[in-house]
Design a protein around this ligand. Structure first.
Ligand SMILES: [Zn+2]
Length: 152
């Protein structure tokens, strides 16, 4: 069987859109605007979800207890991006990671963020990180600009 070749035109489609994020993410973004990170805790399994969810997917319990987390935590996994969304090489690789924040107890989900202030070959799972906030938060996801290593 021969492999069929297709003519390809690489492109990235952008489509402006807006939608309601619902009451849980609405509060999450509003709290980011105050430089606070909040989640919701499951009354049964005690997992804290960040960003907040309305229902625990494991227990099917509604989540009504809000928890404020620290803006510091630990890197639980990461990847290093060498290309942008269009596939073009980045001059400086970007580190994207999942950070488990303090203040949520033993069971807390990790939040996504860019990691700066450390070289890609020096980043390590378990390293302590702190959030760097936008100078003028607006209640948007970008208020949490990125995470950087905690200086000792
Ligand atoms: Zn649960």
């Amino acid at each position: 069987m021969s492999e069929k070749k297709f003519f390809r035109v690489p492109s990235l489609v952008t489509m402006p859109c807006a939608w309601s994020v619902g009451p849980f993410l609405d509060r999450f973004y509003a709290e980011l605007g105050q430089k606070k990170i909040v989640g919701t805790r499951c009354p049964k399994c005690r997992t804290v979800f960040v960003p907040p969810r309305s229902v625990c997917g494991a227990c099917w319990k509604p989540l009504t207890k809000w928890v404020e987390l620290k803006d510091q935590g630990e890197l639980v996994n990461y990847t290093v991006a060498h290309v942008d969304m269009r596939g073009a090489a980045l001059q400086t690789p970007r580190i994207l990671g999942m950070v488990k924040l303090k203040g949520g107890g033993a069971k807390v989900t990790a939040i996504y963020g860019e990691i700066k202030g450390v070289a890609p070959d020096r980043v390590k799972v378990g390293m302590k990180l702190a959030a760097v906030w936008a100078d003028e938060p607006k209640g948007e996801l970008t208020d949490l600009s990125y995470f950087q290593p905690v200086s000792k």
